[in-house]
Design a protein around this ligand. Structure first.
Ligand code: AMP
Length: 213
């Protein structure tokens, strides 16, 4: 089963992708995580994308399509695409890559949220440095013990691009370049919308209902 989680920054794609990984054995492919890894480990490509990411702009299609191409080669139970595709060119490339493997897309889930909620969510979020569990100062605070509820890790990080300026640019990029994918996948009969503003478990249940339908 191959699924795309589509939605603006802060819609909860990463959180729901992790739940799907646990519940269904799917492999999460987050281009954002891959790019951050490249940046943190100081590869040539990482150096190239660091400024673009900090400004909240999109990295070139060639780079992210290349990253996805490498990962699709090691086939698993299926993939959850989190933060990819973000442009029509990326969507076409994904269709071609899956086609070459004799596979297709099973569902594209649009996580619907309003912009005010996004600003609040993004400026309040942090992740566990060990396992990547996502926390939010308001809706899902780090346990009072100071240890991650998932793995016990005690180091938490905030993303460098989770600030209001960068977020404005990221939202602009989303509306200009990524939101046309809603129509693209609707036309292909793949699109389902879920209310991304609900509690984490309620959103997960809505997604499960779509996938099991
Ligand atoms: P994310 O973690 O998905 O919010 O992505 C963080 C940043 O990585 C984005 O703001 C972009 O700069 C870059 N990025 C991630 N995925 C893509 C993609 N599919 N296409 C272009 N840039 C991307």
């Amino acid at each position: 089963m191959n699924i795309i989680l589509l939605g603006p920054p802060g819609a909860g794609k990463g959180t729901q992708a992790r739940i799907l990984t646990e519940n269904r054995g799917l492999v999460q492919l987050s281009t954002g995580d891959m790019l951050r890894e490249a940046k943190d480990s100081g590869t040539e490509m990482g150096k190239l994308v660091a400024g673009v990411m900090a400004r909240g702009e999109l990295v070139t299609d060639d780079i992210v399509i290349g990253l996805i191409r490498e990962k699709l080669a090691d086939d698993g139970a299926g993939f959850i695409f989190d933060g990819f595709p973000r442009t029509l060119a990326q969507a076409d490339a994904l269709g071609d890559l899956l086609g070459e493997l004799g596979q297709g897309l099973d569902a594209v889930i649009e996580m619907q949220v309003d912009d005010n909620a996004l600003v609040q969510r993004i400026t309040a979020r942090s992740t566990c440095g060990s396992c990547g569990e996502v926390y939010n100062d308001i809706t899902k605070p780090i346990p009072a013990s100071g240890a991650c509820g998932n793995c016990g890790g005690t180091e938490f990080k905030r993303r460098a691009d989770d600030n209001e300026d960068s977020l404005k640019q990221r939202l602009m990029e989303y509306y200009k370049k990524t939101s046309p994918l809603i129509g693209y996948y609707y036309a292909k009969g793949k699109l389902s919308g879920v209310d991304g503003l609900g509690e984490i478990d309620a959103v997960a249940a809505e997604i499960a209902a779509v996938l099991d339908a």
